[in-house]
Design a protein around this ligand. Structure first.
Ligand code: BMA
Length: 391
């Protein structure tokens, strides 16, 4: 007796006792998640992000609650909070290693702790996004092992079964992210990221456009329709790019993407730190804004959310980078969030961190970025009930 229906931008099709019936006029102004069965909380988050566009840009930080430049696993601690007085509005995590059922991810974050951080930060109002630096299924090497693999894990490939097992492991972790009452915590999932780079095995030089799109669609369909996960929004992600054609080349389609995004970092190159800083910042801002123009154009055109999914300037060697460079570049765009990468501290003889810690040269400027601006931390979201709006 239950009619099956499908939304076709204002045109509804009902199949009633085997007879298709078309009905006009039930137009939904606000775009819906691609998952027609998205949970109420996920639809609520999605609607909230659409409503917030242009008003606020949520600030995000990778692994924020797990460790900082000078500490590891101290309950309640966060470099962002220690400097700005509040936690990030967006928490980034990476599940690289879950495919092998490892207990810790590729950066040594225990999955049990990650789960707890995701649940507790969502309870406080933050939004969680997950990337996946998965190993190379053809070799057992890392994400950076660019041996050809995509073609082998597609449904016609010899390693498809193994890849499906990996997705099962991803699904069981995602499924375990639940509030105390059992309700799944909505997640922004960003697999196969930086697709137009040349450093991961799923990047452009190592698979065809058709293969990438097939991998994406298979993954989404599998998690959504076979594993029955309905608390996931899907994030399309490139690295920085030259033009519209490059950004959209491997776009899997409007029925497979909820958020469009790209990653871009500022680098100093070989220039002298002092004399080169200004030129480097200028170059970064120009490139970032030209990419944001393309992102915003496409997000509007396709009715999608938009985000700067990863950014930063390693070790932030600029005391006013936050307000003069980052915020100044992004403030006029309809970005849902901007996320800076992780605060590892020392990594292979150099400092690898993207948010300041107390005493850092950019600490004051970082704090100022949130004063009277659109950039928002967790406290902005806490009273808004983003997972429980009446839509
Ligand atoms: C990179 C670096 C690596 C890390 C990887 C996944 O940009 O931070 O050290 O392993 O991201 O988090």
């Amino acid at each position: 007796m239950n009619p099956i229906y499908k939304r076709l931008s204002g045109l509804y099709m009902f199949v009633f006792f085997g007879i298709p019936v078309l009905i006009f006029g039930c137009h939904q102004d606000r775009p819906l998640p691609i998952d027609a069965k998205a949970t109420q909380e996920t639809r609520s988050l999605h609607a909230f992000l659409h409503r917030l566009q242009g008003e606020k840009i949520l600030f995000g930080h990778q692994d924020d609650l797990a460790y900082g430049v000078h500490w590891r696993y101290q309950p309640g601690k966060s470099d962002v909070k220690d400097v700005a007085g509040d936690y990030p509005a967006v928490m980034g995590w990476d599940i690289g290693g879950i495919e092998y059922r490892h207990e810790v991810n590729l950066d040594a974050v225990p999955f049990d702790l990650m789960r707890r951080f995701i649940i507790s930060s969502a309870r406080e109002g933050s939004i969680n996004t997950i990337s996946w630096h998965l190993g190379n299924p053809a070799t057992g090497g890392s994400s950076w092992d660019t041996t050809v693999a995509v073609t082998h894990i597609l449904p016609s490939g010899s390693l498809h079964g193994q890849f499906v097992n990996w997705l099962d492991n991803v699904a069981s972790f995602l499924d375990s992210l639940r509030f105390e009452d059992g309700t799944p915590v909505p997640i922004l999932f960003r697999p196969f990221h930086e697709l137009n780079g040349n450093w991961f095995w799923w990047c452009k030089p190592f698979c065809s456009k058709e293969e990438y799109i097939e991998l994406w669609r298979f993954t989404v369909n599998y998690l959504k329709d076979i594993k029955g996960l309905h608390h996931v929004l899907y994030v399309y992600n490139t690295n920085n790019f030259r033009d519209d054609a490059e950004f959209m080349e491997r776009y899997p389609g409007d029925t497979y993407i909820d958020v469009m995004s790209f990653d871009t970092y500022q680098f100093l190159g070989r220039e002298n730190v002092n004399s080169g800083l200004l030129a480097s910042s200028q170059k970064f801002k120009t490139q970032l804004q030209s990419n944001l123009d393309v992102l915003q154009y496409n997000a509007n055109r396709h009715g999608k959310l938009m985000a700067l999914a990863e950014t930063g300037f390693e070790a932030i060697p600029d005391a006013t980078w936050w307000t003069d460079v980052l915020y100044d570049a992004v403030k006029s765009y309809n970005l849902s969030y901007v996320l800076v990468w992780r605060n590892q501290g020392l990594l292979k003889n150099k400092m690898h961190y993207y948010a300041p810690y107390p005493g850092h040269i950019s600490a004051m400027d970082f704090k100022n970025m949130f004063k009277g601006t659109k950039m928002a931390l967790q406290g902005t979201l806490r009273p808004l009930n983003i997972y429980n709006l009446s839509n």
